[in-house]
Design a protein around this ligand. Structure first.
Ligand SMILES: *[C@@H]1O[C@H](CO)[C@@H](O)[C@H](O)[C@H]1NC(C)=O
Ligand SMILES: *[C@@H]1O[C@H](CO)[C@@H](O)[C@H](O)[C@H]1NC(C)=O
Ligand SMILES: *[C@@H]1O[C@H](CO)[C@@H](O)[C@H](O)[C@H]1NC(C)=O
Ligand SMILES: *[C@@H]1O[C@H](CO)[C@@H](O)[C@H](O)[C@H]1NC(C)=O
Length: 378
């Protein structure tokens, strides 16, 4: 039992680190050459000038030197020390070359690719990772995925996709589709994907009607779900209950159903910053979740501090309308409990309350209850 808990906190810590690391600035898109369009002012007839060969604002593809691998596309680089990696990122590529069959890791991020078709993958059946981030992709042909049956990671964030691509392989473990224009999740998109652990759909145009009760139901291994920056008004239904991390920041959610978190067994990180939650929409004990470590409810309209579990370590309540905080009421344990039993001391270490209608000092009953608190921002 102890070992299980240790493993779980190690995993939670790992995920937390992952969350921090993913906030690193992304590589910049190659700078566009300034367009040379003429002003649309009517011009007097001039002697005919030669038209540019291919009017375009795309800079030319960057070709590398010939490789020792005869199958290495010129717009990519193939390194003998990593024979399974094909590096084609930052090359101004518009069309994906034919991928050599030895490729496991394919890097195509930061290019100008607009479409992904099966021809490029005709021989690429061993691919495990594809990074297509930061392109102009509006379509991924579903036949692509039949060519790559061992695909584990598909990164296609920062593109122009309007729906979740069809035919995603059952083998996928990570799917990143953030910062697209997705407003549709076709029925069955995530069925069969029992190994998916990470699904990132942040910064799209998803609304409640795009997510039915069954949309996520087959994602039995899902640990991280990011639906931040969409246009949800309701908490998404049918979330797999082994989830560890649920991010719903910057939506329009105004209530959380009373039993919403019932049955979740590992939920540790919940973010609902920048929504429209008020006391009315939050049942009193909805966040009393024993596994929860980090709860973020910043920038909502809460007037009081919601109840939470003694295991919670981080609580963000800044920028709400909280006018008072009563340590006796929010203390997860009775203050009369045995003061020498450390397992009863609430684990809250970090509390943000700035941007409310509160002013120092911190009430004594808060300090008495939360004895592990070492950072409080008012
Ligand atoms: C596919 O891979 C095989 C084996 O590596 C190779 O002989 C063949 O030429 C490749 N076909 C294409 C279209 O690259
Ligand atoms: C899911 O993962 C398990 C364990 O790694 C593996 O045996 C199984 O083949 C995977 N399923 C699919 C559809 O790839
Ligand atoms: C919160 O949950 C714990 C453990 O499940 C339970 O013992 C406690 O009574 C709950 N607190 C409230 C206020 O419901
Ligand atoms: C805090 O709540 C407790 C229990 O509800 C109450 O007895 C006490 O007077 C409250 N404290 C303040 C300062 O309002």
């Amino acid at each position: 039992m102890k070992a299980g808990v240790g493993l779980f906190s190690a995993l939670a810590l790992f995920l937390l680190m992952g969350a921090v690391l993913t906030q690193k600035p992304r590589p910049k898109k190659p700078t566009r050459r300034p367009t040379t369009r003429r002003p649309s002012v009517p011009q007097p007839a001039e002697p005919a000038q030669p038209e540019p060969m291919e009017p375009t604002d795309f800079p030319p593809v960057i070709l590398g030197p010939p490789s020792m691998y005869t199958d290495c596309p010129r717009e990519c680089s193939c390194t003998p020390s990593y024979p399974n990696a094909l590096n084609c990122e930052n090359r101004n590529i518009r069309t994906i070359p034919v991928i050599p069959s030895r490729t496991h890791y394919l890097y195509l991020q930061n290019n100008y690719i607009s479409e992904v078709t099966a021809e490029s993958f005709i021989n690429a059946s061993d691919i495990r990772w594809i990074n297509l981030a930061n392109n102009r992709i509006h379509r991924i042909d579903k036949n692509v995925f039949q060519k790559v049956p061992a695909l584990l990671y598909l990164y296609a964030q920062r593109n122009n996709l309007k729906e979740v691509p069809a035919g995603l392989p059952a083998s996928l473990e990570q799917l990143r589709l953030g910062r697209n224009r997705i407003s549709k999740i076709p029925a069955g998109s995530f069925s069969r994907m029992g190994n998916l652990t990470l699904l990132d759909l942040y910064h799209n145009q998803l609304s409640d009607s795009d997510m039915g009760k069954t949309t996520f139901k087959d994602l039995k291994s899902l640990m991280q779900l990011n639906l931040a920056n969409n246009i949800l008004k309701k908490m998404p239904a049918g979330i797999p209950n082994g989830l560890i991390q649920l991010f719903l920041d910057r939506n329009r959610i105004d209530d959380v159903p009373k039993d919403y978190f019932d049955g979740f067994t590992h939920l540790a990180f919940v973010r609902l910053n920048y929504n429209q939650l008020s006391d009315k929409g939050l049942p009193k004990t909805v966040f009393n979740i024993t596994t929860l470590l980090d709860l973020q409810l910043s920038h909502n309209q809460l007037a009081s501090v919601p109840l939470f579990n003694g295991h919670l370590e981080h609580l963000h309540l800044d920028h709400n309308s909280i006018e008072s905080i009563n340590g006796t009421q929010i203390c997860p344990y009775s203050l009369e409990a045995d003061p020498n039993d450390h397992s009863l001391v609430p684990r809250l270490r970090y509390l943000r309350l700035d941007g409310n209608h509160l002013s120092p000092p911190i009430p004594l009953d808060v300090i008495m209850c939360f004895r592990h608190l070492h950072s409080i921002v008012i």
